[in-house]
Design a protein around this ligand. Structure first.
Ligand code: UDP
Length: 330
């Protein structure tokens, strides 16, 4: 199979590309490297079945050519990360809305299957436990930049479902809940790489708010296996699925665990949301996925505990720190 992965140099996209290559498929990646990173795909570059195009999904001509070549389009390119969205809401709106429209329009032109990556962020402030795919979206005012991301991804979902309903284009949507693992960058706000980096540098571990908010973290490798199974499953077409982890942990406990596992001397400090992000910032208290629907259709298992994931991230970040200090020394 030939698959086009948009955002394939990003965190989840690069794992997906690697998994398809391992399966023997031919992989085309388009990525503008805005949040993606060449280091993520460096090990794949020598594989003759891997093709990388450094361009944006907003370039219709580039997308036209690639969509024509491939059988499936996995659309993961998006402006993600709370920090990035707050700093540049225009970019996230434009990339997420226009980019997805281009992907769907071209896939429809060539009648290609589409997988759309969405996010648990679409549930907004709904803190019902657990959240299932039919649950309501609860958003704050349009003056709060964070909600622009949730709204743009919700619009992507509407578009995907409409292409299926009206044009019979085979589209599957998955909502990722806090997917983590080595290679994720903390630059755009993601908590685990940030805490691990801070702990390894013996800097304060920065818990935002009072730290009682909780998250369920999932290992990226499990998410990728699930995505591949959904793409292979004809009954997944026209449907939305949650993909997420089962263990809930507060951000306070996460900070403590990172400190313990790294043996760090870092203090754990609490920073008000207004200082961490901006005035009027709104966070989600809990975000627990109901994964019954995906489990009923494909073999989706969470194979890594949070400690397993943290060990992997710590090892990865340690190696990165060592490499960069070696570079400085040389
Ligand atoms: N968070 C934190 N310190 C940080 C980065 C994030 O306390 O340095 C918190 C953030 O406010 C949120 C949780 O960790 O409550 C998860 O944040 P992330 O950005 O990783 O994911 P999301 O908010 O999208 O669930």
């Amino acid at each position: 199979m030939r698959i086009l992965i948009t955002g394939g140099a990003g965190f989840i996209g690069s794992y997906l590309a690697e998994a398809y290559l391992k399966r023997g498929d031919e992989v085309y990646v388009i990525d503008d490297l805005s949040t993606g990173n060449l280091d993520n795909i460096k090990p794949l570059m020598d594989n003759h079945k891997f093709h990388f195009v450094n361009d944006t999904v907003l370039n219709r001509l580039a997308m036209l050519e690639l969509t024509g070549i491939c059988e499936v389009v996995a659309h993961l390119a998006a402006a993600v990360g709370v920090r990035l969205i707050i700093d540049d809401p225009l970019k996230s709106l434009h990339t997420n809305i226009v980019g997805t429209e281009i992907v769907l329009d071209l896939a429809n032109k060539f009648r290609k299957k589409v997988f759309l990556a969405s996010t648990s962020e679409v549930y907004g402030r709904n803190s019902k436990v657990p959240l299932n795919e039919e649950d309501n979206r609860i958003y704050g005012s349009t003056t709060v930049a964070r909600w622009s991301y949730a709204s743009s991804k919700a619009l992507d979902e509407f578009l995907g479902l409409a292409y299926w309903k009206i044009k019979r284009l085979p589209v599957t949507v998955a909502r990722f809940f806090n997917t983590v693992g080595p290679r994720q960058t903390g630059r755009y706000g993601m908590v685990i790489p940030r805490f691990v980096g801070q702990a390894l540098r013996n800097e304060p571990i920065t818990v935002y708010g009072d730290g009682t908010q909780t998250r369920n973290f999932t290992y990226v490798g499990d998410v990728v296996r699930c995505v591949m199974a959904l793409i292979d499953e004809p009954r997944a077409v026209g449907e939305i699925f949650n993909i997420g982890g089962e263990g809930e942990i507060s951000i306070n406990d996460l900070a403590g665990r990172v400190k313990q596992l790294t043996g760090s001397a870092s203090p754990i400090t609490h920073i008000p949301y207004e200082s961490a992000y901006q005035e009027g910032f709104e966070d989600m208290e809990r975000r627990v996925p109901d994964i019954t629907k995906v489990r009923n259709l494909v073999d989706y298992r969470n194979t890594h505990t949070l400690d397993d994931i943290l060990h992997k991230v710590i090892e990865y970040e340690r190696t990165r720190c060592e490499l960069s200090s070696q570079r400085v020394a040389n």
